[in-house]
Design a protein around this ligand. Structure first.
Ligand code: PLP
Length: 384
């Protein structure tokens, strides 16, 4: 029996999302830009998906630009704003715990003359809204702070940060890739201008995503050569992926209460019982408001990679940091920003739950972890 506890890396495709994809692949194969009947049928499927995604985040359909996933949405949001100011590079405020997509995009901006301020976080991974607001200067063009952290789950005060940005006439982007389907995401309540999403984090397929662009906000397109997505993103739309994304959003919206309650119950039981059974562990970011599904555990004195590989052999899938840096022997910049030592960082693992998990998964995972930690610790004692 496998226990999959890595839903922040990716989630299984929901069967209803797969069904939608199949319909497009097998039947509604038309190009949504074509004016004939096949094209119009495909256009209707695209419009329905746009309504579903928009409806789930409190946006209007015209405010949704479909993309190939999180990084492209983030790139279009950040560099699309920067492109408007390309003649006079300015300043960007972001946080030190962003996903690599945001960090790397900001690095690219720095290479073309922009200044970037990375606001630090406290010991729970939380960015201080007042520090972010204080970093906004006269030449700041953009603030980009994630809604929920992918490694620890810490929720950031995006509403307060967006309000401070608005007061100064500065555009605010938020990477909501990990938040969608796990906490309420409402662009009006948040007051953001741009918001990035990815389908495969909530039961949709990989390679589809969206950028919310507040009505009236000007963006410099990144892909040229077609008028798709109202001229904001050229290229024939990935219709199978997009319709499945739409269905995933619709299902997540309908089952939001049940799913978030289930994930929180499983995660909380996992943490409670693990702390009872295993000594020398602590939960990173436990003091912060967190995603209901994410648990980042530090196993004092143990090598996280060895633990991870043995867990996999024993049937439990977890993660050492974000999936994007896994296997590259990189220390988690998130845990480091929270003040953990190198050793503590390398002893930490992420377990992330999803609506397909159940109580038996928690029971099994705890058994396996307790046995493994006991075994690894006794090996280390024997070496001492
Ligand atoms: N942003 C965050 C916070 C993420 O967790 C991820 C993926 O893990 C991404 C962006 C990248 O999105 P994608 O999985 O579509 O490449």
């Amino acid at each position: 029996m496998r226990v999959y506890l890595d839903h922040n890396s990716t989630t299984p495709l929901h069967p209803r999302a797969l069904e939608e994809m199949r319909k497009i692949l097998e039947r509604d194969f038309g190009n949504p830009s074509s004016i004939h009947r096949e094209g119009q049928q495909a256009r209707r499927a695209l419009d329905r998906a746009r309504m579903r995604v928009a409806g789930f985040i409190g946006a209007t359909p015209e405010e949704i630009v479909f993309t190939s996933g999180g990084p492209e949405s983030i790139d279009l949001g950040i560099r699309g704003v920067a492109g408007i100011h390309s003649k006079s590079p300015g300043h960007v405020v972001t946080s030190s715990v962003e996903h690599q997509s945001v960090l790397s995009t900001c690095l690219c901006l720095e290479q073309s003359g922009w200044r970037v301020t990375r606001v630090g976080v406290d010991g729970e991974g939380m960015c201080n809204a007042r520090s972010a607001a204080a970093a906004i200067g006269d030449d700041t063009r953009l603030v980009s702070v994630m809604l929920a952290n992918n490694e620890v789950g810490t929720l950031q005060p995006v509403r307060e940060i967006a309000a401070a940005a608005r007061e100064r006439g500065v555009v605010c982007h938020s990477d909501a890739v990990q938040a969608l389907g796990k906490i309420p995401v409402d662009v009006q309540g948040l007051g953001v201008d741009l918001l990035s999403l990815s389908a495969h984090k909530l039961g949709g397929p990989k390679g589809a995503g969206a950028l919310y662009v507040r009505r009236g906000l000007e963006l410099a397109p990144r892909l040229h050569g077609g008028l798709q997505e109202s001229g904001r993103r050229a290229g024939t739309e990935n219709l199978p992926g997009i319709v499945a994304f739409g269905m995933a959003c619709e299902l997540a919206r309908q089952q939001f209460e049940d799913h978030t309650r289930l994930m929180a119950t499983l995660r909380d039981r996992f943490e409670r019982e693990l702390h009872e059974r295993v000594e020398g562990i602590s939960t990173n970011g436990a003091g912060a408001e967190r995603l209901p599904n994410t648990s980042n555990i530090m196993f004092s004195g143990l090598d996280g990679e060895a633990l991870l590989m043995n867990l996999d052999l024993m049937g439990v899938a977890a993660s050492s940091a974000s999936a994007c840096t896994a296997g590259r022997d990189e220390r988690s910049h998130v845990l480091q920003a929270m003040g953990l030592t190198d050793e503590q960082t390398l002893s930490s693992l992420r377990f992330s739950f999803g609506p397909t998990n159940d109580d038996d998964d928690v029971t099994r995972a705890i058994e396996v972890i307790a046995e493994l930690v006991g075994r690894l610790r006794s090996c280390e004692d024997a070496h001492d």
